[in-house]
Design a protein around this ligand. Structure first.
Ligand code: IPM
Ligand code: MG
Length: 372
């Protein structure tokens, strides 16, 4: 088996980021020791952690390192300590700049309920049964980045806040293409979600997706849905969905809903991808959960989302489904054996710390990786 060399930049960030990162580092060590990988790790600062040291939420040096890495993995950014900072210095701006600079336009957010956790959802278990959704969110356009934007003073003493929802043909088409390609490997169903009933950008979205579908992906089933209806349908009957493609803001909201449906926000990973050029693509992997400042530093956070984000990295940046699946299986086995971090602990399960959960997954990985 050939050696897989790779340079990974890790940005632990704020809140629980650094502690879930420690659990991940242990796993990467096991992957290096027990498989054909030779992953070289470098760490950098982002968010509040970067602000504390450099008075900036991300530095040019870190952006350059991210540009040169084979893949970037991030813990989480933000926290109440930084709430009063000026808008441009807030931790979140570091993350948004990183996404934009690397042109990571395709954000894949899977929401699949783990078997061991099917009772943990806020919905009845028969409603989430069989749920397996990918929200594909456009990540570098739309109202998050549209111009004009800002807050201006009006003559009558009022103020006006402005943001602009704007999408071009290319932005829509490149995202939709990724969505159809993902659906092709799954159930072959795409829901394209916008508000074409009130927004011109939504009308364009619908027309461009339809054109691409007719010319290149007519073997996939395409359904259009308004974003408000989609939010309602997600909580009513989530198993009707396979792949949802949508813009930046709707995707932000709908991916939080679908994540919560699994009952295991602390376990969901995400991938943000750029274009593939000569088999290499810019990529950033992050847990869907936030920085959880209320539990930071207590060694009780769930490291599974971070570990699953790494598993997604092996699949999408190193094109290696095998090792990725072994990591997933290691996580599943540890859960099946009844071990849980505090956030997902139930009466008949055993509560373990962040570091213990990391260790258990590593041990399971070591024994399963003998088959790789
Ligand atoms: C997310 C987060 C971010 C977003 C924040 C932290 C800027 O909510 O990744 O979903 O709004 O995109
Ligand atoms: Mg969000």
């Amino acid at each position: 088996m050939s050696n897989k060399d790779g340079k990974i930049l890790i940005l632990p960030g704020d809140g629980i980021g650094p502690e879930v990162n420690k659990a991940l580092l242990r796993l990467i060590n096991s992957v290096n020791n027990h498989t054909f990988y030779n992953l070289d790790i470098e760490e950098g600062l982002i968010g509040g952690a970067s602000y504390d040291k450099f008075k900036l939420p991300i530095t040019d040096k870190v952006l350059e390192k991210a540009n040169n890495a084979d893949a970037v993995i991030l813990g989480s950014v933000g926290g109440p300590k930084y709430d009063s900072l000026p808008f441009n210095l807030k931790p979140e701006r570091g993350l948004l700049k990183l996404r934009k600079e690397l042109d990571l336009y395709a954000n894949i957010r899977p929401a699949k309920a783990f078997n061991a956790l099917k009772e943990a959802s806020s919905l009845k278990s028969e409603i989430i049964k069989g749920m397996d959704i990918i929200v594909l969110r456009e990540l570098t356009g739309g109202i998050y980045f549209g111009e004009p934007r800002g807050i201006e003073d009006l003559d009558d003493g009022q103020r006006r806040g402005i943001n602009t929802e704007v999408y071009t043909t290319n932005e829509i088409v490149r995202l939709a293409k990724v969505g159809f390609e993902i659906a092709m490997e799954r159930k072959g169903l795409v829901h394209s979600v916008e508000k074409a009933n009130v927004m011109e950008s939504g009308i364009l979205w619908r027309e461009e997706v339809k054109k691409l579908h007719e010319t290149k992906f007519s073997n996939i089933t395409l359904l259009n849905m308004y974003a408000d209806n989609c939010a309602m349908q997600l909580v009513k009957n989530p198993s009707q969905f396979d792949v949802i493609i949508t813009g930046n803001l709707f995707g932000d909201i709908l991916s939080d809903i679908s994540a919560e449906l699994t009952g295991s926000l602390g376990m969901l990973p995400s991938a943000s991808l750029g274009d593939k050029i000569n088999d290499r693509r810019k990529s950033l992997y992050e847990p869907v959960h936030g920085s959880a400042p209320d539990i930071a530093g207590k060694n009780i956070a769930n490291p599974i989302a971070m570990i699953m984000s790494f598993s997604m990295m092996l699949e999408h940046s190193f094109y290696d489904q095998t090792t990725s699946k072994v990591i997933e299986k290691s996580v599943e086995n540890v859960l099946e054996n009844g071990f849980r971090t505090k956030d997902i602990c139930q009466d008949d399960t055993k509560e373990v710390s962040t570091s213990d959960m990391g260790e258990l997954i590593c041990e399971e990985f070591k024994s399963l990786s003998k088959n790789i």
